[in-house]
Design a protein around this ligand. Structure first.
Ligand code: HEM
Length: 472
């Protein structure tokens, strides 16, 4: 089952994206890359285990790869110009794929992330402004700083003890989103979400080989029952948030009030399932990816003392011991560059898929309706044609003007009408978290700990991230 190659002419300008990494930075971890494409059996079994390990070396230089699946074509779109065509210019010719829906609907129902057509437009109109408005972002930044202060204080209570960073990042990011959007302190519920989502990722979060082989949705999939139990656990957290809302004596003007009052969603009584779906989406989309990005940022800084030092110098110079706020982000240029570089090397949504609903053409390749298209930030952001030293950690590449680069070589938040409305929220949280953590601590990865990026629904370190805390 070999890939067919196709060259896309005018795929996007090759560009010089910065100097080589500092000498003290070892190359950050990535899964082994087979020299040649895997055969069908190898491909499916690798994909079930770790969706990143299917990519052979050639995948990091190709611009379009194609395979025939039962009943449809699979195209891996691996150039900025083609990504732009699908996500932006011809967005109306594509929907989210049925593979995405199969993996996400048990958890997220018909929420904004998976819906289509008029329903999606209504949801997007309602929800996106709550995440993107500048005045709301200022309020969220205050919640972020207050939550970070509490969490960082707690980290220091155990002296220089080791922390499990994947879990700590989840606690932090889940607490932030719940307080910011629902005015609800999650407390121990954050751990429930962490464990339940790990379980979900290990079941329905794996590649659905049966679906790719053309089996209909009603055929039971392995792990469905365990996934159902994980969903039930997360639903209990949503129930707790709803119960808190019902106890309110007056409105707070937050996301919950907006959703519950929305005529578009039919109101809480008329559409309890829809309310549940949007709550679940906000809770999960609002923390899981940000938690991953935070983990990977800490990992990269622990690998690279010179980058950490530069970040500390910036934070000390610009903040002079003060707690930062939204207005400080502009001055924290290097901290923001570290965030972008972490999102480039370890994009939490490392691939997304689309299904063609109309005929299209990418380069010379005809895209028939029903084709499955994969756009992989993991590949594009480590593409040897579009990045210099693509596997190296080098935040400096994001200090230059972004206009010099083809914007869609870097698409951790997707692009076009379905691009992430939480990008500003996430970037704010990540920059504040790195700056505030750097004011107090240095985090060191446990010596000898093997880090492997694991691609399931999101991108996590397979064996977690044990890190020792050193006070500055
Ligand atoms: C580092 C953090 C984040 C990353 C990497 C990320 C990434 C993405 C990506 C790639 C998409 C588009 C998927 C596609 O086109 O198929 C997306 C969509 C979405 N994200 Fe995020 N996201 C992050 C944080 C957030 C936050 C904090 C929120 C909310 C508080 C959020 C809410 C959403 C929603 C609602 C959508 C669906 C938009 C639509 O389909 O119209 N995300 N995200």
């Amino acid at each position: 089952m070999a890939w067919k190659r196709a060259i896309i002419h005018n795929a996007g300008a090759d560009f010089d994206a910065g100097a080589p990494a500092a000498m003290d930075c070892p190359e950050p971890a990535y899964p082994l890359r087979p020299a040649r494409p895997l055969n069908a059996l190898g491909w499916f079994s690798a994909a079930r285990d770790n969706a990143l390990s299917i990519w052979h070396r050639g995948a990091y230089v190709e611009t379009l790869m194609q395979r025939r699946l039962p009943g449809r074509d699979l195209l891996v779109v691996n150039s900025p110009s083609a990504a732009r065509q699908i996500l932006v210019e011809h967005a109306a010719r594509y929907t989210k794929s049925r593979d995405t829906r199969r993996a996400l609907c048990p958890l997220l129902g018909e929420s904004l992330l998976v819906s289509e057509g008029e329903l999606w437009r209504q949801q997007r109109r309602l929800i996106a402004p709550v995440l993107t408005s500048r005045s709301r972002l200022a309020g969220y930044a205050e919640v972020m700083v207050a939550t970070l202060t509490e969490v960082l204080d707690r980290w220091g209570e155990n002296g220089e003890a080791e922390l499990e960073m994947t879990q700590e990042s989840t606690r932090l990011a889940a607490e932030v989103v719940s307080r910011a959007l629902f005015s609800f302190p999650l407390g121990p519920h954050a751990d429930t979400i962490f464990h339940a989502f790990v379980r979900y990722q290990d079941t329905l979060g794996r590649l659905d080989v049966l679906g790719l082989l053309g089996l209909p949705d009603w055929v039971p999939r392995p792990g469905e029952r365990a996934a159902g139990a994980a969903v039930a656990q997360m639903e209990r957290v949503v129930e707790a948030i709803l119960a808190d809302y019902r106890r309110r004596s007056e409105p707070r003007g937050d996301f919950v009030d907006l959703l519950m009052g929305s005529a578009e969603l039919g109101g809480a009584v008329a559409a309890p399932r829809r309310i549940r779906d949007e709550f679940m989406l906000a809770l999960l989309a609002g923390h899981e990816t940000t938690a991953n990005a935070l983990c990977w940022s800490f990992y990269l800084l622990s690998l690279c003392p010179s980058a950490r030092q530069r970040l500390e110098e910036e934070v000390d110079r610009e903040l002079a011991g003060r707690t930062p706020g939204l207005a400080d982000l502009e001055a924290l240029a290097y901290t923001r560059a570290v965030v972008e570089e972490a999102l480039r090397l370890y994009p939490p949504i490392y691939q997304f898929t689309r299904e063609a609903v109309e005929l299209d053409q990418i380069g010379a390749r005809r895209v028939a309706p029903g084709s499955l298209l994969v756009i992989s930030p993991w590949l594009l952001q480590r593409h040897h044609r579009f990045w210099k030293d693509p596997d190296a950690f080098h935040p400096e590449r994001f200090l230059g003007p972004l206009s010099r680069r083809h914007r869609l070589c870097h698409l951790p938040f997707g692009a076009g009408p379905r691009g992430c409305p939480g990008a500003g929220f996430a970037r704010t949280e990540l920059t504040l978290a790195l700056a505030m953590a750097a004011q107090r601590y240095r985090l060191h990865l446990r010596p000898g700990h093997r880090v492997e990026p694991l691609g399931r629904l999101t991108l996590r370190p397979r064996q977690g991230l044990p890190m020792r805390l050193e006070r500055r």
